[in-house]
Design a protein around this ligand. Structure first.
Ligand code: GAL
Length: 420
């Protein structure tokens, strides 16, 4: 356990102390341990904005930032699992709405938050389809703070121009042709990060090849992962991956290659917007439409490949009252309107102040209200954690072997073993 805790390399915004277990601190203030993976440039800004409101409203509590570094939370979730098993949960933790959260609920890790929903009338402010993703048997188990979009193609307009590309590719075929044009100019066609960013890319290629209905059907019991449509998608994926640059450490350095004009394209969630756009320190302070631009990932226009970050109340939280105080801020209009413009997401609440969501975020708000929905794989909506682990394993093996057949078999086996 000690060595696992040692892995908890915590990042910015006061997280540095997090490798020690928090306790009631001196001065009579009680610490609220908030567990997430938002330590890196861009994403930590959103958390800090919400923390500020929490501290203003709750002078009796100290915010304890227990964030564990690593995009997409793979490292954080592994540590969280050991904390839950040891019955030493944080006071509140971030979990994705959908299959991931259902896993925690079914394991009995979470308290029912229906009383909080009743008290704050939250059922009226969150979209019904989102509440469904965080409920079991009519009980609601988390507070969603945002909606993120996974299927975004980020690109550098200058690099595209140099390569003679006049508009963002709309289809996968166009995309592959454009990647070739960039390669011919000697720039990195597509930047990628650590392994999870490749699974992130894969979900966009599956959606872009299959369309929303066939994509969503992949997560129903008995779905055909061995069929010809998935083969086509994986062949597309293989062609696209031929144009990938050297894997970067995480999503930020990969996104930065686009903003700096070293790479043409990156497929990443819209947390990249916060990173590109936020002023230096947290973000890169880049100029929208000049240094970076965006479009739905190829073939996916009209579909929002969504995910949602939500906060929970684990059973056995040491500072339950403090956790509830945090959840109240996370649920509030004020909290969400402080968090989301920095995080690069749109609010989960339907009544947020729309004027705060400009530029990319205005597009996101519009598309969220008009598009079809598909659930992210990598970010917990469509598959639970064991299923995702099996998918990541198949993708990891593919990166080494480049064997499309084995990838398809690995994905099919993952579905057979885990679909419920
Ligand atoms: C996602 C999470 C986002 C963002 C991203 C990159 O799983 O939902 O909020 O943090 O990982 O780390």
């Amino acid at each position: 356990m000690a060595s696992v805790l040692g892995l908890a390399a915590c990042g910015g915004g006061g997280a540095g102390q997090a490798s020690q277990a928090p306790a009631a601190s001196g001065g009579g203030k009680k610490q609220v341990e908030v567990f997430s993976w938002w330590t890196g440039p861009g994403e930590a800004d959103g958390l800090q904005a919400m923390r500020k409101i929490f501290e203003e409203k709750n002078p009796d509590y100290t915010f304890f930032d227990a964030a564990v570094a690593g995009g997409s939370g793979d490292k954080a979730k592994a540590l969280l699992q050991s904390k839950l098993q040891a019955n030493t949960p944080p006071d509140t933790f971030q979990g994705h709405a959908g299959a991931e959260l259902q896993g925690y609920i079914k394991a009995g890790n979470l308290e029912d938050l229906t009383p909080l929903y009743d008290e704050l009338k939250l059922k009226d402010v969150f979209p019904a389809q989102l509440v469904e993703q965080i409920s079991v048997d009519g009980k609601i188990y988390s507070v969603p703070v945002n909606i993120h979009r996974s299927n975004v193609l980020w690109f550098n307009p200058g690099v595209l121009k140099e390569a003679g590309i006049t508009a963002a590719p709309k289809t996968i075929e166009e995309f592959i042709a454009d990647l070739g044009k960039v390669k011919a100019k000697g720039k990195i066609p597509l930047s990628i990060g650590s392994e999870w960013t490749v699974t992130h890319l894969l979900e966009s290629v599956l959606l872009g090849t299959l369309g929303a209905d066939a994509y969503n059907a992949l997560f129903k019991p008995g779905a055909d992962w061995n069929g010809p449509q998935v083969t086509t998608a994986l062949n597309n994926f293989a062609k696209i991956m031929e144009y990938a640059g050297d894997p970067q450490d995480d999503w930020q350095p990969a996104a930065k290659q686009v903003a700096d004009g070293q790479a043409a394209f990156n497929i990443m969630g819209d947390w990249a917007y916060g990173y590109f756009h936020n002023p230096p320190q947290g973000g890169l302070g880049k100029k929208s439409k000049t240094d970076f631009d965006w479009a739905p990932s190829p073939g996916t226009e009209g579909t929002y490949l969504w995910l949602s970050d939500s906060f929970t109340l684990p059973k056995g939280a040491k500072n339950r009252d403090g956790a509830l105080a945090w959840l109240k801020v996370a649920a509030s209009k004020e909290g969400q309107d402080a968090f989301n413009p920095k995080k690069g997401s749109i609010p989960a609440r339907k009544d947020a102040d729309q004027s705060l969501y400009t530029d990319y975020l205005a597009d996101a708000l519009k598309d969220w209200s008009t598009n079809k929905l598909a659930g992210s794989i990598q970010h917990g909506v469509s598959v639970n954690q064991p299923w995702l682990a099996a998918i990541n394993e198949a993708v990891g093996l593919y990166i080494g072997s480049k064997d499309v057949k084995a990838l398809q078999q690995g994905l099919a086996d993952a579905a057979t073993a885990n679909a419920q």
